[in-house]
Design a protein around this ligand. Sequence first.
Ligand code: DGY
Length: 331
Amino acid sequence: MNPRILLARAIFPEVLDRLAQHFDVTSNQCDESWTQLEFIERLQGHQGVFTTGGERIDAALLAACPDLKICANMAVGYNNFDLEAMTTAGVLATNAPEVLTETTADFGFALLMATARRMAQAEHFLRAGLWTRWRYDLFAGAEVHGSTLGILGMGRIGQGIAKRGALGFGMQVIYHNRSRLDVATELDCRARYVSKQQLLNTADHLVLVLPYSAASHHAIGAPELAQMKPSATLVNIARGGIVDDAALAAALRNKTIAAAGLDVFEGEPAVHPDLLLLPNVVLTPHIASATLPTRLAMANLAADNLVGFLTQGKALTPLNAEVMVKQQVLC
Ligand code: DGY
């Protein structure tokens, strides 16, 4: 009998077909939203689950789903997983790194440009029929080329953004990270390591690309925003919760900083109502990795992890590899 897997969300039909060659698949191509209880009910009797970053895998779910062996996330971020609980329960967690790096870095840079050059604001003005004539300061924004680009969180995506800024736009790149990069990588990215305070004080444009965890919760709140330049822009393509959205809305309203570009939000898809009222913020619905080739590559990687682990005991991108090793020993 084939292992049974549950797809928590709608996915590419070709990926579904591929999975159906290996598994007894319960799909959700209608893309129904389930409560946590409904998710747990549907998971009964399944050995694998394909998740997309929004489905919570915690100790309560694991206790209620004893057949579960692997959760494959179609996302590089995995803050929807309680990794410790999964490891304790002997459930493998996998994510989808690397395949989205360049696409997400492209988007981070696009959001920086749109924010600094006030593109969304200008477009709304034009569509509203308010453009009657040229004016010397009409939607004059911040300079991008030659300015100082700050990056908080310098993993693969942060490095991709650094290279775009340094090589494409002649920016001075500074970064802060939990651990400093090795010299060769710093040289490759043309990036200089600074303290978090120096990053906040110096950056003309600050891009957040760090993973979300208890340690990074509200890493940017009122005290941090107050340390930034009044002319600065802030871009968040990482996760909601890293920024205190209420404090950011206040900072944008009071002109503590000039503008923000946000692809992720605390409690998304809800958006803090104050942000919706502000003109100096560009808002997008968590689409940084959204090109069809990249999303397909992410889905295929999640599928490869399910197939590899449930048929041969080996996943490509495990997050708790100790579980994989233990299962291999048991086989
Ligand atoms: C990721 O892969 O983590 C992106 O944010 C898409 O969810």
